[in-house]
Design a protein around this ligand. Sequence first.
Ligand SMILES: Cc1cc2nc3c(=O)[nH]c(=O)nc-3n(C[C@H](O)[C@H](O)[C@H](O)COP(=O)(O)O)c2cc1C
Length: 330
Amino acid sequence: MSILTPDLLRELVAEARLAPSVHNIQPTRWRLVGDGRLALVDDTAVRAPVADPAGHDVLVSHGAALEGMSLALNRRGLAITAMTTIEQPLSPRFAALCSFAVREGVARDPLADHVARRMSWRGKFAGSPDDAAALAQLAACDNVTCLSDREAIAEIAGWADQAEFSFVRGDDYRHELLDWMRLSPSHPRYLQDGLNRDALAMNAVEATAARFVLGGLFKPLDRLGLASSLLADGAKTASAAAVVLFSRPIGEDPLTTGRHFYRAWLQIDQAGLAACPISALADHPDFNERLRRLGKIDADVRLVNVFRVGRPAKMPKPRHFRLPVERLIV
Ligand SMILES: Cc1cc2nc3c(=O)[nH]c(=O)nc-3n(C[C@H](O)[C@H](O)[C@H](O)COP(=O)(O)O)c2cc1C
């Protein structure tokens, strides 16, 4: 009899879905494909083509979901085995990206305990006397470089605003972003996907302002030179205990990169810190290069993403806005 019963699959998917995905678009589905194997399925209808034209972040998101599945299995003494990564169309909408069997008997992974706690923290950070110890713990982890010099962080905060604004100036980029934002709790998918006001750490007034600034008022405000300061996040980045560079070997399969991206984020949580990615810094070639130099990143390694990390004044209660499990098993 297969280990993966329908009930167990639902439990596993409920945990795997807590993995991060770009704009919280959640492109990953799951399907039992016979012989006790489980396939990770790409829902090709779920994309952010302007922010992610090459589809790299979607694949990284799938990789994070795969790691989420691996950690959910680990909590039950199970592990992924006999993985094949041959892409296989299942229907016009769905494609299996990989499939694997499940085996018993595996050592406990301490990062599994952090899955339910990890979340994006998009508010400000408060300095804490414990930050130095937390950063020392983080600095010892694989794939991350911690930049904690205050002047460097202040400079990077300015770069982040410039990088973000260079993308936000694109009309298509703003339209797509607004489409994935749920700025009012009355949005029908407020609790399910995309970026809602709670996740964005915005109150009702800030959310209404964001709708106008990113919407119809953007161009007049930009002509007056006001849009960039209204959208700036620099104070939040400048309040971080550190900026963390996440890098992986050049040419690595993005599914593998995504698995490590999620693990790096869980390690940040394990160190007692909260985090928010700043993809614009990694996606902008000029700022990517500046950060590579600052972090002395080796030539054979790609700077994949950047986090600001620190401790909020009060550690937030974990919350996750996710699609129902039934929608994720196809
Ligand atoms: C590849 C990737 C890139 C991301 N880039 C950003 C980003 O630039 N800014 C941001 O605020 N969140 C970013 N996120 C975080 C997602 O928006 C977040 O994981 C998602 O909304 C789910 O929320 P949670 O992390 O609180 O569970 C990124 C996530 C992934 C996987």
